[in-house]
Ligand binder design. Structure first.
Ligand code: GP9
Ligand code: MN
Length: 626
């Protein structure tokens, strides 16, 4: 029998047309980065899977309804794609439900809508026209299947979807839990399924919020008052030393403490940071812990900005970006600071564009603010040296005093560096990751040295304080064998916990009494510490951390998995270690860890409740102290 259009049901035609169309739009009209053949395949596969999911439902309908359903869904789907494209042209991002309801975004879009629409966008509706045309013909393109046929057609939907999910998880493990970046989501599951995902997340968050009331807030407030009695500490050490100065905060990617003072084949890894550590105008905390979880850099940002803990699952920057916070940039804005972030990556990575907006940053200099060329980029993108160099002009344009956060990128897993840019040997072990780790760390050390010089040349140095902080570990426990070889000792859970220390340095030009401090502190303490140095009194704030210079400071640093470090103990994997010797304590001695362990569990859950219930909306941060 001769093949005729009439033999192919319309839902199959629509699937093919709509799927292929979507692929072409992803590939040629969006600007998605495709890094390998697997990504290319997923990008091709997911629109077909989504299209089939949408259209195959029609087999359960009456023939007449089938046509109607196909007509309207193909139109609706195309509209969704088109609106996302328009939104993308403006924001290099995809639409999310909360963003739709954010006044400024919508206003921004309506005013520029026409300039964002291109004539070739008509292509997005070509299949719509065809499906409408075919659906109105005399010959019948509907399907009449027996029940078994309907079930089989639906089973294919699940097979395709499962295939898509499996491929996405292989390409980007934990994609659905951690989310990372909307661009990753869209590349892996397509724009339609991405909207389903977004809606599910949104509903979940909303539901938790709805059931919360303000009753728990005062309990948390009393707990915090009790555990940190010295806040604010106006007569304390260094209060207001940086009053009215600019703050340049550098979040140094994947930088662990053990890099400082380390050597590879007799060459120092971080000569600049080592020198800084020894200098009189720098205070270094050698027992400073990162407290991040799955949200990695974004978690470290969240902790620093809010002095709240990150969530155990997912990235708060993604899951609770619309909450009420009393974040550092908001406080500083009120104090007359101009606040900004510099980071040469996609604005939507970790949902930063949305979160930054909510917590009050005045500007975000993302990838689009930089000139990225093949010569000055590799791995994750723009190299740190070019990043700092190109940032200076923007920094100069800031109104003083300013608070500017820089997030470096070169020293990021997999720590790759073009050979001619490496100024230290690779380490030699069974871990390629650890071997290269020193080279990119050295590169970033050089970039920081140049940055200090550039700040001096630009006349920005004298009136600023510069804070350097490692965001989280770079070498996971997967590399413990190689790490053990490097450290010359086995990496047991105690050592593993101690490896979570990252640099924290406060550089105050002209200060003479710097040095290394051994107090146990963490990222949770950064916000109160900064406000203390700037002489900003926030008596009504709710923070889980303390000013690091306070005499009476909370006596432990809690890690997100429930481990903790106190002056005397390190507790992890249910074992209590003597912090000074690293030896596990006997059962009787280990009792000493119990009360701290309880506090840690309590604190983490209080912090979680604040985030899940959006509890700060019930709290008045400006209320007068009684
Ligand atoms: C991405 C950069 C790295 O923009 O901050 O994020 P990470 O993978 O370290 O969380
Ligand atoms: Mn990071």
């Amino acid at each position: 029998m001769q093949w005729r259009m009439k033999n192919v049901p319309l839902f199959i035609i629509a699937t093919l047309l709509f799927g292929l169309k979507t692929y072409v739009v992803y590939r040629f009209m969006f600007d998605l980065s495709i890094e390998n053949p697997m990504q290319e395949f997923i990008l091709f596969f997911n629109p077909i899977a989504s299209a089939y999911l949408i259209f195959a439902i029609s087999v359960w309908m009456k023939p007449k309804n089938q046509m109607k359903y196909l007509r309207w869904t193909v139109l609706l789907g195309s509209l969704i794609l088109f609106l996302n494209l328009v939104f993308y042209r403006n924001f290099t991002d995809f639409i999310t439900i909360p963003v739709l309801f954010q006044g400024n975004n919508a206003a921004d879009l309506t005013s520029s809508f026409l300039t964002l629409v291109h004539i070739e966008d008509l292509f997005i509706f070509a299949d719509v026209a065809l499906v409408w045309y075919l659906s109105k013909q005399k010959f019948d393109l509907s399907v009449k299947l027996p029940k078994r046929g309907k079930i089989a057609a639906t089973a294919v939907t699940f097979l395709l979807l499962a295939g898509n999910v499996v491929l996405a998880e292989i390409e980007r493990p934990m994609l659905f839990v951690r989310a990372f970046d909307r661009e990753y989501l869209v590349k892996n599951i397509g724009v339609y399924n991405y909207h389903l995902y977004d809606a599910t997340m949104q509903t979940k968050t909303k539901a938790q919020r709805v059931f919360a009331d303000g009753s728990e807030v005062s309990e948390i407030e009393s707990y915090l008052k009790e555990t940190s009695p010295d806040k604010p500490d106006k007569n304390g050490e260094l209060y207001g030393i940086a009053e009215d100065k600019n703050v340049i905060f550098v979040s140094v990617e994947s930088f662990q403490n053990f890099l400082l003072d380390s050597e590879v084949n007799g060459t120092e890894t971080t000569p600049f940071l080592n020198e800084l550590k020894e200098s009189k105008d720098t205070i270094t905390f050698e027992n400073f812990y990162h407290q991040t979880a799955q949200g990695k850099t974004s978690d470290s940002e969240f902790i620093v900005e809010n002095s709240l803990y990150p969530l155990g699952r997912g990235a708060v920057y993604f899951t609770h970006a619309a909450n009420e916070y009393n974040a550092l940039p908001e406080i500083l804005n009120e104090e007359g600071y101009e606040t900004s972030v510099f980071h040469a990556n996609n604005a939507s990575f970790w949902n930063r564009d949305v979160m930054y907006d909510n917590i009050g940053y005045d500007e975000f200099y993302d990838e689009k603010s930089y000139e990225v060329t093949p010569e000055n980029s590799f791995g994750w993108g723009l190299e740190d040296k070019a990043f700092f160099e190109q940032s200076i002009k923007y920094l100069q344009s800031q109104e003083k005093p300013f608070y500017s956060k820089f997030i470096t990128l070169t020293h990021h897993f997999p720590f790759e560096l073009p050979e001619e840019k490496a100024h230290i040997d690779k380490y030699d072990s069974n871990s390629k990751t650890l071997n290269s780790y020193f080279q990119t760390a050295r590169y970033t050390d050089e970039a920081l040295e140049q940055f200090f010089q550039q700040l001096k040349d630009a006349g920005l140095y004298e009136d600023s304080i510069i804070i350097l902080m490692g965001d989280h570990y770079g070498i996971s426990d997967f590399h413990n064998k190689a790490m053990g070889q490097f450290l010359g000792k086995e990496v047991d859970p105690y050592v593993q916990t101690q490896l979570q220390r990252v640099p924290f340095m406060v550089h105050i030009p002209g200060y003479e009494k710097g040095g290394v401090r051994d107090k146990v502190v963490g990222q949770i303490d950064v916000k109160p510490t900064l406000l203390h140095l700037l002489g900003i009194e926030e008596s009504g704030d709710m923070t889980f951390g303390d000013n690091m210079f306070a005499k009476k400071k909370k006596d432990f640093v809690a890690l997100r998995d429930g481990s903790f470090v106190s002056e005397e103990y390190v507790y992890t994997n249910e074992v209590c270690y003597d912090r000074s010797t690293g030896e596990p304590l006997s059962e009787a001695e280990a009792e000493a860890c119990q009360p701290i362990k309880e506090k840690v569990t309590q604190e983490l859950s209080y912090s979680d409740n604040i985030i899940y219930g959006d509890l700060f909306r019930f709290y008045d941060f400006d209320k007068e102290e009684e």
